[in-house]
Design a protein around this ligand. Structure first.
Ligand code: GKR
Ligand code: MG
Length: 418
């Protein structure tokens, strides 16, 4: 082992940051979203690799298990590191998908540290870039004007406004385009009866002629409803994302849908690929390095998609800049990335914990950072503030349904709903 490449410590910091009241098929986003920040310190005490993972009690606990396993290992030995973490989690976490969240976050931190040691960017370590800037789609959500006052907490407004009908969604898309230059749009559906969401997509098509559009109801529809929506939006959607649950369900819809079907829900682990491909359930896979085993495994997944003629796009969840940097590096290194990627970043970027400047969303793209590693630097004060918010809030897990029920007690999570 080369001197200086051994891992001394993996520090895990749970954080909370502001999130607007975005609606989805399970309820509504709470005022705070949760993530964990990883700092992988090498034995020189100064090289620190950064990672970012979704938060929540279980994920935090699993990251803490990983932190007990990795000290002493070589930061370049990412295969052995993933295997050691996987073995430590296996007795209590049977799902390979769930274990993948932990190994992925640690791999990103290792790659960042490797880049800092060698003076090369993460995309260089992945084989080099095929594009200098990565295109992202505007991620549109039905939303309330603000978080209503609750339990003595005052209402929390934002500068996006309300979007509860086609006109509101078109206005939000205009703001997204004006602020970030997005050239493609994804609407999070599964909130209103399908015909209202069809109307919103048609309104977007009229307002932004020729721009790629996608609709994702997160499995809120039956097979029959999905077929109806697919017929109605023939020629309007670039792809239809997760209209209905399960691989067989998606396969039934795919038999008659005129547009490609995409998923980040029914194919989320390696063992799902074979049945999905055999049954023709999907035409586009939305990859996500946070659960596919990290950035190198995401590149491998891209090769599988290439081999089987699947299109490739990228999923996102509420996140901050370390994740955006990782998404951008891997997307820049994948030749067969066919469409723009998803990102929640505009909804959360004001509370980022990295030093501003390295990542900018403009013309609908993020330029690939060129500094060593991920090319982003942690802002220790911002991290401390975000950690304080986590501690003070007492919130430990995301609960879109429970939060919705605070305002609409009769609300039920029901998938499919229509
Ligand atoms: O943040 O409400 C949300 C999204 O619905 C998210 O939870 C999904 O994971 O964005 C995601 C998706 O594409 O399914
Ligand atoms: Mg989705």
């Amino acid at each position: 082992m080369t001197l200086g490449t051994r891992i001394r410590e993996l520090a895990i910091t749970p954080i909370a940051f502001s999130d607007p009241p975005l609606l989805n098929s399970s309820g509504v986003h709470e005022p705070l979203a949760l993530r964990c920040v990883l700092q992988l310190v090498l034995e020189d005490g100064t090289t620190v690799g950064l990672g970012e993972s979704p938060g929540g009690t279980d994920r935090l606990e699993r990251l803490r298990t990983a932190a007990r396993v990795v000290p002493g290992m070589d930061v370049f030995d990412t295969t052995a590191i993933a295997a050691a973490i996987d073995a430590a989690l296996l007795p209590t976490v049977p799902s390979s998908h769930e274990r993948g969240w932990t190994t992925s976050a640690v791999e990103v931190a290792c790659l960042d540290a490797q880049g800092k040691l060698t003076g090369r960017s993460v995309s260089d370590l992945l084989g080099g870039t095929v594009r200098d800037a990565v295109p992202f789609a505007a991620y549109l959500f039905y939303k309330w004007a603000g978080h209503p006052a609750l339990d003595g907490r005052p209402a929390i407004g934002d500068d996006w406004g309300e979007a509860l009908d086609p006109a509101g969604i078109v206005e939000q898309a205009r703001l997204m385009q004006e602020r970030y230059g997005f050239r493609s749009f994804k609407l999070k559906g599964g909130v209103f009866p399908p015909d209202e969401e069809i109307a919103a997509i048609r309104a977007l098509a009229e307002a932004f002629p020729g721009r790629p559009l996608r609709l994702d109801p997160n499995t809120a529809w039956t097979v029959e409803t999905s077929r109806h929506v697919a017929r109605e939006l023939d020629g309007v959607l670039e792809y239809l994302e997760d209209p209905t649950p399960t691989i067989p369900g998606m396969a039934e819809v795919a038999r008659s849908a005129p547009m490609p079907l995409a998923t980040n829900m029914c194919v989320i682990a390696w063992e799902h690929l074979r049945p999905a491909i055999e049954q023709g359930a999907i035409q586009v896979l939305l990859t996500d390095h946070h659960y596919w085993g990290g950035l190198r495994r995401t590149r491998e997944l891209a090769a599988v998609c290439e081999a089987f003629g699947l299109g490739l796009s990228m999923h996102s969840n509420s996140h901050l800049g370390i994740s955006l940097a990782a998404m951008t590096h891997v997307a820049a290194a994948i030749p067969n990335l066919d469409t723009s990627c998803d990102t929640h970043y505009p909804w959360n970027s004001a509370d980022d914990i990295i030093v501003p400047g390295a990542l900018e969303l403009s013309d609908g793209c993020v330029k690939v950072p060129t500094g060593p590693g991920l090319g982003v630097e942690l802002d220790p004060e911002a991290l401390e503030r975000a950690h304080r918010r986590y501690v003070d809030s007492g919130i430990k897990d995301r609960d879109d349904t429970g939060y919705m029920q605070r305002f609409q007690p009769e609300y039920e999570r029901k998938l499919p709903r229509w």
